[in-house]
Design a binder for this molecule. Sequence first.
Ligand SMILES: [Zn+2]
Ligand SMILES: [Zn+2]
Length: 253
Amino acid sequence: MRITFPGVGEAFDARLANTCLLLEGADESSLLLDCGFTAAAAFWQHAADPLKLDAVCLSHFHGDHWFGLPWLLVRSIEEGRTANLTIIGQEGVEERVRTLMDMAYPGTLDRAGFAVRFLTSAPDRMLDVAGTRLRFAASDHSVPCLAVRVRQDETDVFFSGDGRPTPQTEALARGCAVVVHEAYAMDAASPGHGTVERAVQLARNAGAETLALVHVQRTLRHEQMERLNEYVQDISDLRVLLPEPGEVLLVDV
Ligand SMILES: [Zn+2]
Ligand SMILES: [Zn+2]
């Protein structure tokens, strides 16, 4: 599996696009996890063939995780996309996306040369989409957020979306080779958000080989990178990454 990090930033980082992940399988299937305000353009820039995207999975309905959909959909329409696209999100996803599209570019979705299929994610649900199997668990965030476990090419990847770990997300992450976790703060608890320390703990408990820290608070990410790097370098039992935009992680079976 190939994991690309087009965006690694938090909601309002002016230098880093909103966190999103592109997962591509050996069968050429591709899945985008989250699509915030600034994520769609970053995805377009870093994907080899953005029109081949099979599905988008939204962790929750905060703007930095799904407001990039009008950009993604209208650009796809303008480029002549014909393949159907699947959008996965929590209960009400279809109504929300249609409303968002009507507000941004009225009528465009109806004129698209492809169909958009909607699937609903839920903690007790398993979805098979674009060569992957998806499972979900609720994190501790200010609005309902579902972390996702993606199985593709015999490999399991966990992505937190936003929020602190919960017993449910801990259980979902267990056995994943790669954990991608939001780490908004260094160590102090920030309401509804994770920390670097807690992400490391979750990845250790999961038995992961690699932890990628994303969605880091902008001041911490830009002005205290040395502190972050020092902390990360002291960890010897886990490979911890602070991916740069466009960085690629290849995961072998
Ligand atoms: Zn966010
Ligand atoms: Zn959020």
